[in-house]
Ligand binder design. Structure first.
Ligand code: AQP
Length: 344
């Protein structure tokens, strides 16, 4: 990266984000990402994709992948994304993502990728066995965003570092190819309750699709009984709820459940504690379970309805891909010219 101050991007604001079709969506994905998508679509042109190319950085059963894509699209629609307002599509239907990712692979530096904590977390001790795609995942993510010159990226807290890498790639591309302000330096939108929902079994670990314990998360497709049971089984401590948010320090599980209640009810955590201070989890958990069922139950129902007739989802994705390409193709064509490709 150079120290040169970037020339500001002067184009329109756009929102872009996506979710991998790698398993059941959970409360963390919902609060950290999906809720924000449906709100933002009414404020800024919004592009939301299903990240099937990212998904295959870990093995996915080919016969199931298309259906997994439909499930994420169903979740988008069920949580309020309107295909007449937002552009909803599958990543693999827009080849410009992969084309731009290759150019960015040649812009990004190995040292930058070596710092990515998500790769270290996912690869664990055996990184030599992981796919090269998992390592360069954040570079494809930069291409996803910048193919649309997106300026705002609603994501959970865990994606902040990848967004910094996207900004570094955008800035280096603009400098290297003498194209000041060509790409924007996109901002992550991580604020708000639910930016980091933790596991119900371990308050220090992120709620995650790939956690082997299904009891660690509430899935969007869980029915009322499953939701209530998972909340009842959630790990807690024996102390009553404190009067202030500061009183939750050092109580990771209690803090997480209060944060979930606050996010689902739209109330500040302080107000939740005012209501429940002095009460134990025996009283708090059933109220949290009722709240979770009232918010998540209808979403699961709508997903099941949509998935029963995938024709509607497929039409949304097909139409979305056409609209997405209309925007991405000219940008990638300009990139090829700037790079000096024979085919540019
Ligand atoms: N626990 C979480 N709290 C808040 N936001 C979260 N997100 C994920 N987990 C939480 C946000 O959900 C969006 C989609 O995530 P993804 O599926 O693309 O990838 P991920 O971050 O890797 O999600 P998972 O559930 O942890 O999946 P696995 O287990 O497959 O890795 C992103 O905006 C993410 O920040």
């Amino acid at each position: 990266m150079t120290d040169q101050a970037p020339t500001p991007y002067a184009g329109p604001e756009r929102v872009l984000s996506g979710v991998q079709p790698t398993g059941d969506l959970h409360l963390g994905n919902y609060l950290g990402a999906l809720v924000k998508f449906s709100r933002l679509q009414h404020e800024i042109p919004t592009f939301i994709f299903v990240a099937d190319m990212h998904a295959i950085t870990a093995w996915q059963e080919p016969a199931k992948l298309k259906q997994q894509v439909r499930e994420i699209a169903a979740a988008y629609l069920a949580t309020g994304l309107d295909p007449k307002v937002a552009t909803i599509f599958a990543q693999s239907a827009v080849p410009e993502h992969a084309e731009l990712a290759w150019v960015f692979n040649c812009v990004a530096r190995l040292g930058w990728l070596d710092r990515m904590t998500q790769f270290k977390d996912k690869a664990g001790k055996h990184k030599e066995r992981e796919s090269v795609g998992l390592y360069t995942y954040p570079v494809l993510q930069a291409a996803d965003i910048l193919a649309y010159k997106a300026t705002k990226v609603p994501v959970g807290d865990d994606q902040k570092q990848h967004l910094e890498l996207t900004r570094d790639i955008a800035q280096k591309f603009n400098n290297d190819f003498s194209a000041p302000g060509f790409f924007p330096l996109p901002e992550p939108l991580t604020q708000g309750p639910g930016a980091r929902v933790m596991s119900l079994r371990d308050g220090t670990a992120k709620m995650s699709k790939s956690d082997p314990s299904d009891n660690s998360r509430i899935n969007l497709t869980d029915d009322a009984d499953a939701i209530a049971q998972k909340v009842r089984k959630a790990r807690t401590d024996a102390d009553p709820l404190p009067e202030t948010v500061a009183g939750l320090e050092g109580r990771a599980e209690a803090k997480n459940l209060v944060a979930i209640y606050a996010a689902l009810s739209g109330k500040p955590e302080a107000d939740v504690l005012t209501e429940y201070a002095g009460q134990g989890f025996g009283a708090f958990k059933p109220r949290l379970a009722d709240l979770a069922v009232s918010v998540m139950g209808p979403i699961g129902g709508e997903m099941r309805r949509l998935l029963a007739d995938p024709g509607e989802i497929d039409r949304v994705l097909t139409d979305g891909a056409v609209r997405a390409r209309e925007l991405a193709a000219p940008t990638v064509a300009e990139v090829k010219k700037l790079v000096g490709f024979w085919a540019g």
